[in-house]
Design a protein around this ligand. Structure first.
Ligand code: DC
Length: 212
């Protein structure tokens, strides 16, 4: 499942994984984990070689709740900090970083029972042979409104909207693995639907395909 930041992919993918008895794979958390490790080592996010070395050398995995582990230690909440959020687009844009992280994503997905992955390129680059593909979209206004509500800071709406638009732009225009909708992905518009409705729409597609 792919889509822009804040469309609700994590919540939906987690719920779908639970329903289907699969693991939830938060690929964004892996790029956030690499970014955190890069910043902790005082490496500049623009230094592709040094960032890739970090991506190759740290151990990345997930606990049973689907939370990222860095060298066996919980990456939360630090991977969600403002500093990591501001730098993750730069770090994740390096092809050598992506190569290292994608290899780990595929290794995790090979372990039974399989995964529901969410991110920006999971349907196009990481798992082109996925059984089912979804593109979850929502308008920048709606995503900013939800995030401000989630944070309990409605006064930050404008600032959050600015961050979302900047990140959308970076994620969609980068040279490698930009955010695009796969030709064979089911597009779901989250603006007009509740989380329950989106989960139900995804499960309906999966279940009707497995009956076919
Ligand atoms: O979904 P998120 O906000 O946690 O993702 C953090 C960043 O990681 C996002 O700005 C883009 C990058 N990302 C990516 O390049 N490819 C993915 N498959 C997932 C996330």
């Amino acid at each position: 499942m792919d889509g822009p930041a804040g469309a609700g992919k994590s919540t939906v993918a987690k719920r779908v994984a639970q329903e289907l008895g699969l693991r939830f794979l938060d690929t964004g958390a892996m790029y956030r984990a690499v970014t955190l490790a890069v910043l902790e080592r005082s490496i500049h996010p623009s230094d592709a070689d040094a960032c890739a070395e970090v991506a190759r050398s740290i151990e990345l995995d997930f606990d049973d709740a689907g939370k990222v582990l860095i060298d066996g230690r919980p990456g939360e909440p630090d991977v969600r900090s403002q500093t990591v959020t501001l730098n993750v687009s730069a770090v994740s844009a390096h092809p050598s970083v992506r190569e290292a992280v994608v290899a780990r994503q595929r290794a995790i997905a090979r372990r039974p029972p399989g995964v529901v992955a969410e991110g920006r390129d999971t349907t196009t680059v990481v798992f082109p042979e996925a059984d089912h593909k979804f593109f979850l979209n929502a308008s920048p206004d709606e995503r900013a409104r939800r995030r401000a509500l989630q944070e309990g800071s409605p006064d930050r709406y404008e600032e959050i909207l600015g961050d979302i638009q900047r990140r959308d732009d970076l994620d969609a225009t980068r040279a490698h693995s930009p955010l695009v909708q796969a030709d064979d992905a089911h597009a779901i518009d989250a603006d007009s639907r509740s989380v329950d409705e989106v989960v139900a729409a995804v499960l309906a597609v999966v279940r009707s395909a497995s009956r076919a």
